[in-house]
Design a protein around this ligand. Structure first.
Ligand SMILES: NC(=O)c1ccc[n+]([C@@H]2O[C@H](COP(=O)([O-])OP(=O)(O)OC[C@H]3O[C@@H](n4cnc5c(N)ncnc54)[C@H](O)[C@@H]3O)[C@@H](O)[C@H]2O)c1
Length: 332
């Protein structure tokens, strides 16, 4: 339990609660605050795909097996679905629902889903007088040099731009409503439990782990020992969301470890833990606009959210491996 806030008898909305981060939050409340009332709003998946072959939404009922709260299947783009939330009085809103796939290039659907719906949640939070914590992203920085710092953004894809737009809208709204608590969390590369159903958009920790368990060489882009990312464990991300409910100031904050690691490091840690010694297979990086080095500047998150990442990449991978082994061979 990370907090002095008592969430028991509070009503909590988690949009995107059938997805990776949202479902972890839901179980955090269920396990630590059994008398909290958690409502999940998610459109789940329906088999429709984007031109890149990935599903249009990744929510999966299996992420919620054992969840005892309320679930509403609804689309954040649909006002009728959203009106189902009118009967509640939310104390806290964790807005995670979004097109989370950074390689979707249909600007209209990204902007409608990620940005237009955000106005609805800001209004809902204002009406209910709720604390609003929402998911922003390190994609707002594009390939700006490290360390990435809030206030200096250069998104390089529609997804990154949509999150950047959300941050601008939130900041305007917060200025007009100074009594509200509105916190945007710029997650860096999150990995851990319940990300399996994100398929090809899941973390490299999971994807490489499954490859190695298959007995295959870990497949990495050429020069992967020089591609550094800021990987952050899901436990630290859940804690950041909880801390964000009681911030020193509203605002947008980086949620990363602050310690960049290479993709090659991940493969090496996995191989060490699994006792394998497979040769890495390298292939050319097909992507333009690729982040080659990310490192969250977390000074402001430490100061305003008391955010302190605790889980090293080594420990995070070690703790995650039993789940990866269980998932190995599982097909959706
Ligand atoms: N995982 C990461 O590394 C990471 C990094 C930066 C930002 N984020 C952001 O964090 C949030 C959660 O990400 P995640 O990794 O859990 O992704 P996810 O795809 O697992 O979760 C998103 C959830 O939103 C739901 N959703 C999508 N479109 C919807 C719609 N139109 N209506 C209702 N529900 C809809 C999906 O079904 C899914 O359950 C997202 O906003 C994402 O952009 C994630």
């Amino acid at each position: 339990m990370y907090t002095k806030i008592d969430f028991n008898y509070k009503t909590i909305l988690i949009t995107g609660g059938a997805g990776f981060i949202g479902s972890n939050l839901a179980f955090y409340f269920q396990d630590n605050f059994p008398d909290s009332k958690v409502v999940i709003f998610d459109c789940f998946r329906n088999g429709k795909t984007f031109p890149n072959g990935n599903l249009m939404s990744f929510g999966h009922y299996k992420n919620l097996e054992g969840f005892q709260g309320e679930i509403i299947c609804g689309n954040i783009n649909n006002k009728n679905d959203l009106s189902l939330l009118d009967e509640y009085q939310f104390d806290y809103i964790f807005h995670q629902a979004a097109i989370s796939d950074t390689r979707v290039y249909d600007q209209e659907i990204i902007m409608k889903t990620n940005v237009n719906s955000f106005y609805d949640f800001l209004k809902l939070a204002s009406r209910n007088n709720s604390v609003l914590v929402y998911a922003s992203s390190a994609a707002t920085y594009g390939s700006l040099p490290s360390p990435q710092i809030v206030g200096n953004e250069e998104p390089e894809n529609p997804y990154g731009f949509s999150k950047y737009a959300m941050d601008q809208i939130a900041s305007l709204f917060a200025r007009k409503n100074p009594d509200m608590i509105i916190v945007g969390l710029r997650y860096f590369n999150v990995y851990g439990s319940r990300e399996f159903f994100k398929g090809k958009t899941s973390s490299m920790v999971l994807q490489l782990g499954l490859q190695i368990l298959d007995g295959n060489s870990p497949r990495l882009f050429e020069n992967s020992d020089k591609i550094f990312r800021d990987f952050i464990n899901i436990e630290d991300v859940v804690e950041a969301n909880i801390n964000a409910c009681n911030p020193k100031n509203s605002g947008v904050f980086n949620i990363g470890s602050g310690s960049p690691r290479s993709f090659q490091d991940i493969a090496n840690i996995l191989q060490k833990e699994l006792g394998t010694n497979l040769e890495t297979e390298n292939f050319p990086n097909p992507y333009l606009g690729y982040q080659f080095h990310t490192q969250a500047d977390i000074r402001s998150s430490e100061e305003n959210l008391k955010f302190k990442p605790k889980v090293s990449l080594e420990e995070g991978i070690r703790k995650y491996l039993p789940e990866i082994k269980l998932l190995h061979g599982y097909s959706d």
